[in-house]
Ligand binder design. Structure first.
Ligand SMILES: [Zn+2]
Length: 782
């Protein structure tokens, strides 16, 4: 019988060491609170230890998410304990930060409610780069929900053998029945059937029969044998067709009992019984059915000092169900199962595996979800047998996160029912990333070298070489490129020749050419062929020589050839989508703009303002925001108030944390506010000029109307009206004697003025910008 506890006690756990300063527990919390406690190595001595825990919201935004605050405790008396009371949403992380170099010996996580036991996936690694001034992005965890979604859409091979499976819902006093319906259980078994058909490549499936709820006498949820006896007896007594003897498998579901919070499911190994403690995940049921077939857990081996595997395994630990990408491992990403176990359970045909016996074997491996071609290579070494396979996000393995894909090397279990151990080829990363990356090579303690030559969606080309040279320190990185940034430089380094052991990290240094403070830091290698890192805290205008060296488990390479770089400042970028050039606005001007800093600068935007300049005032109309972000938006509908019609200059100005300015200017035209002359006629009859006109006031208050007459030939003003106050919208008339005018052509100007017209002098005006005027001209001849 195996359990999948989420409680990890000191005896089974992981010594986390090597300056590991952060332990990330990826938990898919549904609701409720979690309690986490950690025991430090200082428990053996007398040094108090301090740690802090944070609840990190990575799933649905949750306004209640908040840091837990620091917790501290003297571990000589009690372990560190912290309680996360903030409601969690799926995918949230609970993070425990301990001081640098603090060795954690035991870690114990409990939840009062909602945490699905096998959701716990310990991710252990120094995901915080050691150097200052280096930035790297974290990865988000997956959830059971997304796994179920993949499974429900999965196309699995038809089952040759459908296991007759009796599903009994049992409850008792003290653990009353929940709302789980037959329909819900049907979904569970239908999805688990798909998982099983995929994992066995159509050898097995499930044909389920469901009992109604069955009440049994009070029992402890931990006494699963007794629950099994009572439930099967009661089910058979109620309905002879539900006699467990007639079935290949019996699944007993009972409502989640918090006194058994340490496990979600149990399965006989080998056998036919499965117990589900309120768990309704297809992968949990399929995992327990895997135990019924005699499968052990899919473990991961991790060793000290960033080693992949030491001779005789000294310093190495096997992490129970630590292969997070395996059905027989833990966590929501449980895809197919390791080839060694497939072979053990006779789920892998001879034609789909290959033995690498020659001095050198090149194999084109198909993804393990593929239904044709070579699925696995078996390599028998001295005292150990290795299995190599290829995981891609396809078939059931679509549930895998990207981290969990790639070429894996596992140690075969010594006997049936024993665990298979995947080797962690990226010990520098959290233990979900264990694949041997593309381009990387690994040399086993007995001198077998495995190298990933090529990797596509359809296949991976792996070379297995016996009697290979011992692994050595890597060659100095040859492919290094450096781009200048603002107060920074971008360094890209490709993996190059690892000489028999995967590259785990790089050291980057930037040395000022003229002398001074060297900036350096460490970059963790991922499965990718290269990484780019932003080296910060450099000085603009100063030339630096950048060098990189690589490390594998044998040690550091020499430094790469130096590359010169001189950082230079960059200014913020202002993007204005409104107001639009050439468009006119009336009562409001919609302001839609944003300011951002470029990727090449560590600076952030601190303010973004929009100014509308008034020609008659040194105080512009303005609106703005402050912030401390890479991108700051400003969205505001600026009321034009009593501003008269006309064209105004607008300035949009952003400032960054380095005090640098980015600006955009744009002219904005306001219309529809000031009064207009909507109709005008002018004519000289005899010696009298008669002007008929209509003034429409629009939105702003009206100052009045002025009429002037110019000699068209020389521009001189021959007549002008006093202020006229026509009734709005009603045709008005102005007459003027033309007796003294010389015969010729004249221009009559009829001007409506806003109460706030500008400029206030020189009327009538011509050829200069003005605000709050509307003028029409009419030619007349005397
Ligand atoms: Zn198990």
């Amino acid at each position: 019988m195996f359990t999948r506890p989420h409680r990890i006690d000191a005896s089974s756990l992981h010594r986390v060491r090597l300056g590991t300063s952060r332990i990330v527990l990826a938990m898919s919390l549904i609701a409720g609170t979690a309690t986490m406690s950690a025991q430090s190595s200082a428990a053996l001595g007398d040094t108090p230890v301090a740690a802090s825990a944070h609840h990190i919201d990575t799933g649905t935004p949750n306004s209640n998410d908040a840091p837990l605050g620091a917790v501290s405790s003297s571990v000589t008396t009690t372990p560190l304990t912290t309680t996360d009371n903030s409601p969690a949403t799926t995918g949230d992380l609970l993070v425990l930060d301990t001081p640098e170099d603090q060795e954690i010996e035991g870690l114990d996580v409990r939840t009062d409610l909602g945490l699905l036991p096998s959701d716990l996936a310990p991710h252990i690694g120094d995901d915080t780069p050691e150097g200052i001034g280096f930035t790297e992005a974290p990865a988000a965890p997956g959830t059971y929900k997304s796994a179920e979604r993949v499974i429900s859409r999965l196309k699995a091979p038809r089952a040759k053998n459908r296991l007759r499976t009796l599903v009994i819902r049992a409850h008792w006093n003290g653990n009353r029945k929940d709302k789980t319906s037959t329909k819900r259980l049907r979904k569970l078994t239908s999805n688990a059937d798909k998982v099983l058909r995929s994992a066995t490549r159509g050898r097995y499936g499930i044909n389920a029969t469901y009992t109604p709820w069955i009440k049994i006498s009070r029992t402890s949820c931990n006494d699963v044998r007794l629950i099994g006896q009572r439930a099967t007896r009661a089910a058979a007594a109620r309905n002879r067709a539900h006699n467990a003897d007639r079935f290949n498998r019996v699944v007993i579901y009972f409502p989640h009992s918090s006194s058994c919070a340490s496990w979600a499911g149990r399965g006989e190994m080998p056998g036919k019984y499965v117990w589900l403690n309120g768990a309704k995940q297809a992968t949990v049921l399929a995992h327990e059915l895997g135990h019924n077939f005699g499968l052990g857990h899919a473990n991961v081996v991790q060793c000290n000092k960033s080693r992949t595997l030491t001779r005789r395994g000294h310093g190495c630990k096997s992490h129970e169900y630590g292969d997070l990408g395996d059905l027989m491992g833990a966590g929501p990403y449980s895809g197919l199962t390791q080839a060694a176990m497939q072979h053990q359970a006779s789920w892998l045909t001879k034609g789909r595996m290959r033995n690498a016996q020659k001095r050198k074997t090149t194999v084109k491996l198909r993804p393990r979800s593929s239904n044709k071609g070579i699925r696995a290579v078996r390599v028998r070494g001295k005292g150990a047998t290795y299995w190599v396979e290829y995981r891609t996000r396809s078939g059931l393995d679509k549930v895998l996160s990207k981290d969990l894909t790639g070429v894996t090397v596992s140690l075969a279990p010594p006997r049936r029912g024993h665990a298979s151990n995947a080797l962690d080829m990226q010990p520098q990363n959290n233990n979900s990333a264990i694949a041997l990356p593309l381009g990387a090579s690994w040399t086993s303690p007995e001198g077998i070298r495995f190298q990933v030559k090529k990797q596509t969606k359809k296949r991976a080309t792996v070379v297995v070489q016996r009697r290979a040279k011992k692994a050595r320190k890597p060659a100095a990185p040859k492919q290094v490129t450096v781009q200048p940034g603002d107060l920074s430089a971008f360094v890209t380094v490709a993996k190059g020749n690892d000489r028999g052991a995967p590259i785990q990290r790089w050291r980057v240094r930037a040395v000022p050419v003229a002398g001074g403070h060297t900036i350096s830091g460490t970059v963790t290698a991922t499965a990718a062929l290269s990484r780019t890192v932003m080296v910060q805290q450099l000085t603009n205008g100063t030339a630096y020589r950048v060098q990189v060296r690589a490390r594998n488990e044998k040690g550091w390479s020499s430094w790469s050839a130096p590359i010169s770089v001189t950082p230079a400042p960059v200014t913020p970028v202002v993007t204005v989508s409104s107001p639009v050039t050439g468009q006119s606005y009336s009562q409001t001007i919609p302001l839609r703009l944003s300011a951002s800093t470029r990727d090449t600068t560590p600076a952030v935007i601190t303010s973004l303002y929009a100014y509308l300049d008034l020609p008659w005032s040194s105080s512009p109309v303005y609106v703005g925001r402050q912030g401390f972000t890479k991108k700051l938006d400003l969205s505001y509908d600026l009321d034009t108030g009593i501003l008269p019609d006309g064209t105004y200059p607008m300035r949009f100005i952003a400032q960054d944390s380095q005090g640098r300015i980015g600006a955009v200017t744009r002219n904005v035209t306001i219309v529809g506010k000031s009064p207009r002359i909507t109709q005008a006629t002018a004519a000289i009859s005899g010696n009298t000029l008669t002007v008929n006109y209509t003034m429409t006031p629009q939105l702003n208050q009206v100052q009045g109307v002025l009429i002037g007459v110019r000699n068209t030939a020389n521009g001189s003003v021959v007549a002008s009206s006093p202020w006229l106050y026509p009734t709005a919208g009603v045709e008005a008339q102005w007459t003027q004697s033309a007796t003294s005018w010389a015969p010729g052509t004249y221009t009559v100007e009829v001007i409506a003025l806003d109460r706030n017209y500008w400029p206030r002098e020189q009327i009538p005006l011509e050829g200069q910008p003005s605000w709050g005027y509307h003028r029409v001209t009419r030619p007349v001849t005397k």
